[in-house]
Design a protein around this ligand. Structure first.
Ligand SMILES: Cc1cc2nc3c(=O)[nH]c(=O)nc-3n(C[C@H](O)[C@H](O)[C@H](O)COP(=O)(O)OP(=O)(O)OC[C@H]3O[C@@H](n4cnc5c(N)ncnc54)[C@H](O)[C@@H]3O)c2cc1C
Length: 400
């Protein structure tokens, strides 16, 4: 195990490889240097998003520095990272507090969206969709959810009907992250001949083509507006855009669900670490009754509980990553990690707001943003209830 000096000057044992430790150092320099300057120059913060042009600049620069394609298969220039290294690098990215965190390796709209599809990709897919995304030229989103198909993802109603060398798509996708600035979507549609049947198929869709539009007029509670609906009306796409086999779309989308579930945890853990850091700083600086509030035991106990929950969430995340790296399926453990990290991170953010008193509930304070942001993770990418369903199914040995 290597030790890494952190920005606060402490030395902590590092759980990943030496290569990951070195990468984290370079990525932190990028985040705290170039990207922080870019955010300041353009007035970008967590709630004032960057323009597509500026995002493209970030993707290109990250690509030049060798970060953007890190998660791609090795044959495409990826680094062949272990799940543990991936988790630790992502945790460090989010712990930086940078508004560009989701763009360093293009998690929202870049290579991680296509890496798992490479195995099934045809030369047409590679040339027109996957390579432009890998080269940071184009952005892509993942479109499964619909108004009537949320937790029950198989209930997709968007229809894809074969017409000679084309498919004609009609329907509406809801809550699609990155869609307002994406060029393409990996989109799930029903190819069943009868609407009572479930047959979900995956397609590449060019969002700039006729018959498609993105409606993006809403903001999430975190104040961000990079989520939108994709509306498909008589949208004709080449049959060659079909990914894998008809009816295997959900398997393709959810095939890596265990790893993907775990890979959301470092974002929550990283952001919760920012909340704890801010709460400690405020407790040391804010004075009431003639002393720093951090000298009151009530505040100390809140900080102690926050640190304890953060350590427990991290430990579960890391042990699950190690199990997956060792070849275990770890379905229940990945759901436990997503459930515990999201619920614990929200409790940490709640206490951080409490420690900030009135300042904590004023819009614009970072803890106030973190509270709203961390509330969302209990719903996103499989709600806490759906994680509990998975854990219980595994415990009781019921089919998935
Ligand atoms: C900001 C944001 C970004 C998103 N990004 C994407 C994206 O990029 N691509 C994409 O495809 N989707 C995306 N989504 C959709 C997201 O994955 C869904 O919102 C989520 O899966 C929950 O679905 P739902 O909103 O329809 O809730 P519902 O499924 O309607 O759930 C409502 C409530 O019922 C509970 N519930 C439902 N079924 C069960 C059950 N069987 N047992 C117990 N409780 C149950 C839920 O836990 C929840 O509490 C995004 C959503 C948001 C808000």
């Amino acid at each position: 195990m290597t030790s890494t000096p952190t920005r606060d000057g402490n030395v902590r044992p590092f759980e990943g490889s030496e290569r990951a430790a070195a990468l984290i150092g370079r990525i932190e320099d990028f985040l705290h240097g170039e990207l922080a300057a870019l955010a300041r120059a353009h007035g970008v913060d967590q709630e004032h998003g960057a323009s597509r042009e500026l995002l493209q600049q970030v993707w290109r620069r990250s690509h030049e520095l060798g970060f953007y394609g890190m998660t791609l298969p090795e044959a495409m220039g990826g680094l062949g990272l272990s799940v543990l290294d991936h988790v630790l690098i992502k945790e460090a990215i989010y712990a930086s507090g940078s508004p560009f965190a989701p763009h360093v390796f293009g998690e929202l709209s870049g290579p991680p969206r296509v890496g798992a599809l490479v195995r099934k990709a045809t030369p047409h897919h590679m040339q027109n969709f996957i390579l432009p995304v890998a080269r940071a030229e184009k952005a892509i989103c993942f479109a499964l959810t619909e108004a009537e198909a949320g937790s029950d993802a198989g209930a997709v109603q968007t229809r894809a009907v074969r017409d000679g060398e084309h498919f004609v798509l009609d329907g509406r996708k809801r809550f699609i992250s990155g869609s307002p600035f994406a060029d393409f979507a990996v989109l799930m549609a029903s190819t069943a001949s009868d609407s009572a049947q479930r047959e979900v198929t995956a397609f590449f869709v060019d969002l700039k083509q006729a018959g498609v539009r993105v409606e993006a007029g809403y903001k999430t509670m975190a104040g961000q507006s990079h989520t939108g609906d994709i509306v498909l009306e008589n949208c004709r796409i080449p049959a060659a855009n079909l990914i894998g086999e008809p009816g295997r779309g959900l398997a393709l989308a959810l095939g890596r669900i265990t790893v993907n579930r775990l890979l959301h945890c470092p974002a929550m853990v990283g952001l919760a670490a920012v909340a704890l850091r801010d709460a400690c700083a405020y407790a040391g600086q804010r004075r009431q009754f003639g002393r720093a509030i951090g000298q009151f035991q009530a505040i100390q106990h809140m900080l102690a509980d926050m640190a304890t929950e953060l350590a427990a969430a991290r430990a579960l995340m890391i042990s699950t990553a190690r199990q997956i790296d060792a070849g275990s399926e770890a379905r229940a453990e990945a759901s436990m990690a997503k459930l515990f990290c999201s619920e614990a991170a929200f409790r940490i953010a709640d206490r951080a707001v409490q420690i900030h008193g009135g300042e904590g509930i004023v819009q614009g304070r970072r803890v106030e943003f973190l509270f709203r942001m961390l509330r969302m993770y209990r719903v996103l990418t499989g709600t806490s209830e759906i994680q509990r369903n998975t854990i219980a199914r595994e415990l009781l040995g019921e089919p998935g």
